[in-house]
Design a protein around this ligand. Structure first.
Ligand code: FE2
Ligand code: FE2
Length: 246
């Protein structure tokens, strides 16, 4: 069997699996494209079961997925996080900052964009030092507020993305004040300093460069992320199986 036939068979298997299953999207995936108050579009469900596990359109995760499995199989292009982590490494930051850089946008990459710092902090909180989760949570906030003592300016990219008139919401002002007066402000600020917003498409960074730092600073559960009954296990399971009916 040649590659062409193998690809054809895989396509056929996927089509067969799809025929047998009803796969729906959560309201959060479609809200805005459609009015969430309206009933979801009707599907013909006769003779089909609702998906309650792996989505056949996605690469299958191992039974005990690690953080790196999520990077490889569920997060979008991670070059930005990897390059930020390498920058922090080259700048001589400590391992907490390097790890925070490696993880900081994992929610935007694989889960939910809105309030991505908060979601990412919640995802990683059971597995990292509290200070790392704090930095990840507040990087989203601090990005809007310059601090010249760290050489951090309001990003030009934000002017392009959001327009010159954009003002952060009041909850961000309050969160900024809280962070500014916190003992871990420096850690969160160092994350924003190393959070590259114009990354170089020609620089390639391998995940393996951070194997040791992750090994020392991320408490990978032996049962696999999502199956360890931690306070964020359900969130990792949702990333693994994003279209389960319940
Ligand atoms: Fe971010
Ligand atoms: Fe970032």
């Amino acid at each position: 069997m040649n590659d062409f036939h193998r690809a054809e068979m895989a396509d056929q298997e996927l089509a067969d699996a799809m025929d047998k299953l009803v796969i729906v999207k959560s309201a959060i995936y479609t809200s805005g494209e459609r009015d969430p108050r309206e009933p979801p579009p009707r599907q013909d469900t006769t003779g089909r079961l609702h998906l309650m596990g792996h989505d056949p359109r996605l690469p299958k995760m191992p039974d005990k997925p690690t953080l790196f499995d999520f990077f490889r199989l569920r997060f979008g292009p991670a070059a930005h996080m990897l390059q930020s982590a390498r920058l922090a490494l080259n700048n001589g930051c400590d391992e907490k900052v390097i790890l925070a850089c490696l993880l900081h946008d994992c929610s935007a990459a694989g889960f939910i964009r809105a309030d991505h710092g908060y979601w990412a902090a919640q995802l990683i909180a059971p597995y990292v030092d509290e200070e790392v989760a704090f930095a990840v949570r507040y990087h989203q906030v601090l990005r809007f507020y310059p601090d010249e003592s760290f050489g951090y300016k309001y990003p030009d990219s934000y002017v392009r993305l959001f327009g010159p008139e954009y003002k952060p919401e009041p909850y961000l002002d309050r969160a900024y004040e809280h962070c500014r007066n916190h003992r871990w402000y420096r850690t969160a600020r160092l994350l924003t300093v190393n959070d590259l917003y114009s990354f170089d498409p020609n620089v390639h960074v391998e995940l393996e460069e951070f194997t040791d730092i992750v090994g020392r600073n991320f408490r990978q559960p032996p049962e696999g992320l999502g199956f360890d009954d931690s306070s964020s296990a359900h969130m990792w399971r949702t990333i693994n199986w994003p279209t389960r009916y319940l």
